[in-house]
Design a protein around this ligand. Structure first.
Ligand code: ATP
Ligand code: F6P
Length: 315
């Protein structure tokens, strides 16, 4: 194997640059050239390739986002576009592709694998919504960012006795809500749609204020209920006033945590070894502190199931 490519796709996640570094570090040791496809799958179609060098990338391990860029490109679900990508990769002498992204990106990776192009995927998303891995790259930083923001508004909420509904990202998964809610001792965590019970919430607020609590903090997973909807419903059915905060992209930003840097480098190095060993349609996962190779098709068929609950705590 002499030349491979890498792309980052879907929402950026802190640690993607560390993964790029891990890839180039391993590849250069094996005398393999690595090119980056800019902006995800669309970079293949536009033939936007840049050669990556370990010396340059080593400076970016501690920088969030992705140096390669990431643009959503829904057309990649079309067979003719996938076939075109396959032939462009081949024309450029690229013998294997590493895809870093979430479950949507896994579908893109699998499509190329089904066309017999060697592909390996790395779970890179803050959502932690990929089945059969304990952690996705970026999740750890996202929960640290969420906790930092919630801590900051908690002091002001205490001063004024406010009720807050804080909406966190994570699509349907709810993992960011659970981890950040636990860590900030929130009054309630609404991690999935079935957790939402308006009258229970109102009762909870009344009981807490009666018991002398000054402030209320509700952590809402975006896939369960939005902060705006939470406010609308509570205010419509009670006399309480609700403040809202949608944490948004702040969760994806900033410096990657130690965990995400190390995980990124390790995933990156392993992805190159896997390609050299003939991986086809595989993805990496981390379970019980060990990086494993699984079939992308197996992961996409698996059920993410319940949100990953830290240390078995009940919420
Ligand atoms: N069914 C599919 N077939 C082929 N390619 C796909 C498919 N779904 C998504 N993709 C490709 O993967 C890209 C990223 O997918 P998506 O926007 O769902 O984000 P993701 O990878 O799930 O990451 P995140 O959830 O963290 O944003 C899409 O823009 C598209 O190019
Ligand atoms: O950056 P965009 O395209 O608005 O996407 C936001 C979505 O991406 C994620 O941050 C990552 O999947 C989700 O949590 C969120 O719903």
């Amino acid at each position: 194997m002499q030349k491979i490519a890498v792309l980052t796709s879907g929402g950026d996640s802190p640690g993607m640059n560390a993964a790029l570094y891990g890839i180039i570090k391993e590849a250069e040791q094996k005398n393999i050239t690595v090119v980056g496809c800019l902006d995800g799958f669309i970079g293949i179609i536009k033939e936007n390739f840049i050669e990556l060098k370990e010396k340059e990338l080593s400076k970016y391990i501690n920088i969030g986002g992705t140096l390669l860029g990431s643009k959503r490109f829904p057309d990649f679900s079309k067979l003719d576009i996938q076939t075109k990508a396959h032939s462009i990769l081949t024309q450029h002498g690229i013998e294997g592709l590493i895809v870093i992204g979430g479950d949507g990106s896994y579908h893109g990776a699998l499509a190329l694998a089904n066309l017999h192009f060697p592909v390996i995927a790395i779970p890179g998303t803050i959502d932690n919504d990929i089945p059969l891995t304990d952690l996705t790259l970026g999740f750890h930083t996202a929960i640290e960012n969420a906790v930092d923001a919630i801590d900051k508004i908690s002091t002001s909420a205490y001063s004024h006795g406010h009720i807050f509904g804080v909406e966190v990202m994570g699509r349907e998964a709810g993992d960011i809500a659970i981890w950040s809610g636990f860590a900030t001792n929130a009054d309630a965590i609404i991690a999935k749609k079935s957790d939402w019970d308006l009258f229970n919430v109102i009762q909870n607020i009344e009981n807490s204020f009666e018991a002398g609590k000054r402030t209320q903090m509700y952590i809402l997973a975006e896939g369960a209920i939005s902060a705006e909807e939470f406010k609308r419903q509570v205010e419509k059915h009670s006399s309480f006033k609700v403040r809202t905060l949608m944490l948004g992209h702040i969760q994806r930003g900033g410096t990657p945590s130690v965990t995400d840097r190390i995980l990124g480098i390790k995933f990156g190095q392993q992805s190159v070894r896997s390609l050299i060993n003939g991986a086809q349609g595989k993805c990496l996962s981390v379970n019980n502190n060990t990086i494993e190779e699984l079939d992308i098709s197996q992961v996409l068929k698996a059920d993410k199931g319940k949100p990953f609950i830290p240390y078995g705590l009940d919420y």
